[in-house]
Design a protein around this ligand. Sequence first.
Ligand code: PAF
Length: 279
Amino acid sequence: MKVTTTVLETRQLVRQWKKEGKSIGLVPTMGFLHEGHASLIARARKENDIVVVSDFVNPTQFGPNEDLEAYPRDFERDSALCESLGADLIFHPEPEEMYHDPCAFVSIDTLSETLCGKTRPIHFKGVCTVVSKLFHIAAPDRAYFGQKDAQQLAIIKKMVLDLNFDVEVVGCPIVREEDGLAKSSRNTYLSAEERKAALCLSKAVKKGQELIQAGCSAEDVLAPMRAIIEAEPLSKIDYVSMVDALTMQPVEKVEKDVLVAMAVYIGKTRLIDNFSYEV
Ligand code: PAF
């Protein structure tokens, strides 16, 4: 497995692979890899000749009071995991390699204004910008993203459609701990007590799935979900919402495919979870 830190080296390798007629699967990550990322890499391995993993904590998607500095990092461990999963290349640039006093950004309207976009107003602009850059650098045929970040996935799909990127965006299922907690690099911030409290998210997801299957309208799904979370003293709801799966706009009735998504603070840690429902 190769490791690159510059755009130039990465492009040279990618050009050579393309010349040889090889297909490329890209797994964009911010490192500190867990089983969720491993599932994306494994899927990319199955579907492509070459697997590129990017490992970059992207500063432009963090707001001023967010956890950019604290975000967990362990490149040695990431690199060993990627190698064991059969990745061909990890691209691990420094921030200075990716950003030189930038003036050009990619942002997307409407879809990025609801859910996480309300609390994190610059987040999706940073995500779309770095993902566009990675698409230009690694020129993937397919790119793999987790459904845990369902709004991010919807936004990237729309960006690819609107800006004519020649890449297939593949969404992969949420990977959970045995007790239901969705895997996340941020779970490492939780104390033992908070780790237990964090189960209120997946419990609320389970309840919401039952209610939506029983034919309930949005508020009748969301109110009992909120009640489960509010019963946990260490939790504070950022949002629990039902939105149209494509536009990310709130809905009152389940008439089209929907996303039911939540962001909840457990202590100081902001966790997200969701489920989709197809009509
Ligand atoms: O989902 C993430 O880890 C990040 O938002 C991504 C897509 C790697 C962009 O930095």
